[in-house]
Design a protein around this ligand. Structure first.
Ligand code: HSE
Length: 430
């Protein structure tokens, strides 16, 4: 057992991650390698009486997280409420203004208000730490912010949302419906309170916004992150992609490009043998490519009570050890806003799916439209589906400017023989 100072911890938010953190702190208050104990001295949540799998009756209760955040009874404020605004933001601001270090798992808060909060934290001379905001228990923030600080990161790409990964994996493995698997992901504690945050790609977008800011030495610029979720991915696409040798994943990526960065989230096809294709279930996985180190790959549980609480504990340990550094890669007032790159200047290979009338000349019309636009077809698959109206045709393209490709797809969508909105998913470049 370590001696030294007792660090009084206040925790706001007693959901999945809060439960995991209480478990760590009750079993091992001396977990931090520096001399000092972490002892919970205040908790706050929406409901005091809600049934919980752990006892909070002996912990000082605060109805208002903002009051807890500024309370003289605590030394460190841990924010696990979630949400970019509202009580989470108010409580974090109150803690920083009261001179208390803040540890948060709140990706929305850091992605959307990280620049202003970093200025506040640095003006108040206290740390603002958020390892748990990205990839749960898998170190990601520390790798990008600290381990690779002497390198130049060129690109980052990964699976950053466990719920989407679980849904896509289970749909492929079991043929179950999207809604059915989503309900299970909620039961397992992977999904956000509002699961459209997960399936719409916003959760992954918050996380890649944070990593991009750290990787490229900018302030987080969530407004510039391009977001597309998995709502358009059907079981048919999952099976067709597999027949072509690919697996569909929701990939978040950030690429340095000239003075700017292209930061985006969208469904992508990864070759079946690729590590991203093999990261199944609720796993998260991340590639980081840098000039000197080359390529790093990490994979592990990106959600859930235990793993995410371990990441929160790592930040509490840094507070106890007295680690001091800017919130991002430079003092917050000097951080530039990352400049978005025009995505139409980007090249890609893509998977296209068209549902067409089963009649002569349709395939010729589709391929002629692509040829006229200069889009070269790499592979082609037509597979009648029992009971379906029309017949799906699927093809993959060679490398082409995205703007050229989307214009060609729009032209094909307007052909009389095309029955449905075409699907276009990029093939992962990693
Ligand atoms: N809903 C998130 C996920 C939880 O599915 O990855 C962890 O941020």
């Amino acid at each position: 057992m370590s001696g030294g100072k007792s660090w009084r911890i206040g925790i706001a938010g007693l959901g999945t991650v809060g439960a995991g953190l209480l478990d760590i702190l009750s079993r091992r208050p001396d977990f931090a390698p520096a001399s000092g104990l972490a002892v919970v001295r205040g908790v706050s949540a929406r409901s005091r009486s809600r049934p919980r799998p752990f006892d909070i009756s002996n912990l000082p209760w605060f109805d208002d997280p903002v009051v807890l955040a500024a309370s003289p009874e605590i030394d460190v404020f841990v924010e696990l409420i979630g949400g970019s605004d509202g009580p989470a933001k108010a409580a974090v601001e109150a803690a920083l203004k009261a001179g208390k270090p803040v540890v948060t798992a709140n990706k929305a808060l850091i992605a959307e208000h990280g620049a202003a909060l970093a200025i506040l934290a640095e003006d108040c001379g206290v740390p603002l730490l958020f390892e748990a905001a990205v990839m749960g228990g898998v170190p990601a923030v520390k790798i990008v912010r600290e381990s690779l600080v002497g390198d130049e990161i060129q690109s980052i790409a990964g699976i950053l949302n466990g719920t989407c990964n679980y849904i896509l994996t289970e749909m492929e493995a079991t043929g179950r419906s999207f809604a059915d698997v989503l309900a299970e992901a909620q039961r397992l504690g992977y999904a956000e309170a509002d699961p459209s945050t997960d399936v719409g790609g916003f959760d992954a977008a918050h996380k890649i916004t944070i990593l991009a800011a750290l990787a490229f030495g900018c302030a987080p610029n969530f407004a510039a992150t391009e977001v597309e979720g998995i709502e358009q991915v059907e079981l048919l696409d999952i099976h067709m992609a597999r027949d072509l040798g690919y697996r569909i994943k929701l990939v978040a990526s950030a690429d340095r490009s000239g003075d700017g960065a292209l930061v985006r989230v969208h469904p992508s096809l990864a070759p079946l043998s690729h590590p991203l294709a093999q990261a199944g279930g609720a796993l998260n996985a991340l590639f980081i490519e840098s000039s000197r180190t080359g390529r790093i790959f990490v994979q592990g549980p990106g959600a859930g009570a235990g793993p995410t609480a371990v990441a929160v504990a790592a930040d509490i340990a840094d507070v106890i050890a007295g680690v001091r550094r800017p919130v991002f890669q430079a003092p917050a007032r000097s951080l530039p806003l990352s400049q978005p790159v025009d995505p139409s200047k980007m090249m890609c290979r893509a998977y296209l799916r068209f549902l067409v009338k089963d009649e002569p000349g349709v395939i010729a019309a589709v391929s002629e439209t692509l040829a006229e636009a200069g889009v070269s077809i790499e592979s082609f698959l037509q597979k009648p589906v029992e009971g379906a109206q029309g017949v799906p045709i699927v093809l993959t393209t060679h490398n082409v400017a995205e703007s050229v490709l989307t214009a060609a797809v729009d032209r094909i969508a307007s052909l009389a023989a095309v029955l449905d909105q075409p699907r276009m998913f990029r093939i992962a470049r990693i």
